[in-house]
Design a protein around this ligand. Structure first.
Ligand code: SAH
Ligand code: SF4
Ligand code: F3S
Length: 442
């Protein structure tokens, strides 16, 4: 059996897609291997969301080209979002044998075997969800897993390349989702994260004319699979997030109380230009609902610094919104113009790099303070943590997460990976809680 290796970049969707690819290939005479050096075929599953993401992959392709000079039988395939965006340009790279986009993975086994098959397959589909394919989990063993519930995106956020490289939004059959989750639980997994670019618009219309399955209903169904299974999800969109999802979370103790709600900017001018579909006030109203229905819920966000024509006042609005919400965590980026997006076609990328970076650094510094304050408020408290594995820094400590999505490190004691333990938090940094296991009755 021919060994292959998949290197994955970008978001969790790509992690999940690499598992689909690994299944398709391992069912058709290929064998996944753990080390790049052992592979006869290398795949790179790529991301186009920011220029830096693409640059990293181009650097890897240059390395693979040098490897192929020494070993001409080695093959390289580019998968994922860059495949859709760059097409022939990637195929022209000396390293590349195949370019296969996110909706064409079923063609892979046929392509690898047939020398006459067209090596460029990037057509996007309106229906493909890979619902019937059981992802190969050996690539990321453990007790937590991603489960894709929908693909594509119908929003047109002005800065964003995702709708162009992933295609139209489509929801996956809820029965296949439940089946996959049940199977994971039976195999020892204890946490699933349901994935979609905008999970709040998940919608499945049953053929018998029954009421459509909304995201709130899907969450409810997945949460009922077992009380010992933690359920997380990402990403919510502030314009579509309704209280029904919050009520479903409140009804099930095993749905983790954490919401990732990307705001992008605190300025109404920027939000309008970004085409996000909500105002600062509407966003704050959503936060108020979360705090009302789910007290103590962890809230994280994404922020972009230096979008087109962003003024110092716009930037100050972002900082003040961060203070108002007091996010527990954030992913922070400076704006990176992506070709052919609405912003690239209609607005000037007119904020100089040094200004973008200065604003980003201010955002990061503020978030570090907020994260530290949020963690400090947890010192002395007790949380239930799912033991996920050994801490990277120390072989004697485990790590896991609180349901609010905070990473927690603690001495192993008698517990095992996959156990739920009660942790008393003793200390913290901005990124981690440190604690120890306590007994129920302490
Ligand atoms: N679907 C999710 C996120 C998708 S991409 C959502 O709607 O929020 C993840 C994050 O990357 C985005 O939330 C945004 O903050 C960031 N991002 C997307 N395009 C970007 C760009 N052109 N420049 C900088 N950051 C970008
Ligand atoms: Fe991009 Fe907006 Fe879709 Fe998120 S919702 S993937 S930011 S277009
Ligand atoms: Fe990147 Fe594609 Fe995900 S562009 S963020 S890998 S959907």
């Amino acid at each position: 059996m021919i060994p292959f290796y998949i290197e994955t970049y970008g978001c969790q969707m790509n992690v999940s897609d690499s598992e689909v690819v690994a299944r398709l290939l391992s069912d058709n005479g290929y064998r996944p291997c753990e080390h790049l050096e052992d592979a006869r075929i290398i795949f790179v599953n790529t991301c186009s969301v920011r220029e830096n993401a693409e640059k990293r992959v181009m650097g890897r392709l240059d390395l693979f080209a040098r490897m192929k000079k020494k070993d001409p039988a080695l093959k390289v395939g580019v998968l994922g979002c860059m495949a859709t965006r760059l097409k022939e340009e990637l195929l022209a790279h000396p390293a590349v044998d195949w370019v296969v986009g996110p909706d064409s993975y079923r063609l892979l086994p046929g392509l690898l075997g047939a020398s006459q098959a067209a090596p460029l397959q990037v057509t996007l589909s309106k229906t493909e969800t890979y619902a019937d394919i059981k992802p190969y989990r050996g690539l990321t063993p453990g007790i937590t897993s991603f489960v894709t519930i929908m693909r594509g995106c119908n929003n047109m956020c002005a800065y964003c390349i995702v709708p162009y490289v992933r295609g139209r939004e489509r929801s996956r059959d809820p029965f296949s989702i439940e089946e996959e989750v049940r199977d994971l639980f039976a195999r020892g997994f204890r946490e699933v994260t349901l994935l979609g670019q905008n999970v709040n618009s998940y919608r499945w219309k049953p053929e018998d004319g029954a009421a459509p399955v909304t995201f709130a209903r899907l969450l409810d169904r997945v949460a009922r699979i077992s009380p010992s299974l933690r359920v997380r999800y990402t990403t919510s969109h502030p314009k579509d997030m309704q209280d029904d999802v919050l009520h479903a979370m409140a009804a099930h103790p095993n749905i983790c109380k954490h919401i990732h709600l990307p705001v992008q900017s605190g300025s109404n001018n920027m939000l309008r230009k970004m085409n996000r579909g909500y105002t600062r006030e509407e966003y704050l109203e959503r936060i108020a609902s979360i705090r009302r229905i789910l007290p103590g819920c962890g809230i994280s966000t994404d922020l972009i610094a230096g979008f087109c024509s962003e003024t110092p006042e716009d930037h100050a609005q972002t900082l003040s919104l961060m203070e108002a919400v007091r996010f527990d965590q954030a992913f922070m980026f400076h704006y990176s113009q992506r070709p052919n997006t609405l912003a690239a076609r209609h607005y000037k990328d007119d904020i100089p790099d040094d200004v973008k970076i200065r604003r980003l650094n201010e955002i990061i510094a503020l978030q570090n303070r907020l994260s530290l304050e949020s963690n400090r408020a947890n010192v002395g408290k007790v949380f239930e943590v799912l033991v996920e594995g050994l801490s990277k820094r120390s072989g004697e400590d485990f790590f896991g997460r609180t349901e609010t999505n905070k990473v927690c490190v603690f001495p192993c004691g008698k517990s095992d990976v996959g156990d739920y333990v009660r942790i008393k938090v003793r200390a913290c940094s901005a990124a981690t809680l440190k604690g120890e296991i306590i007994n129920e009755n302490q």
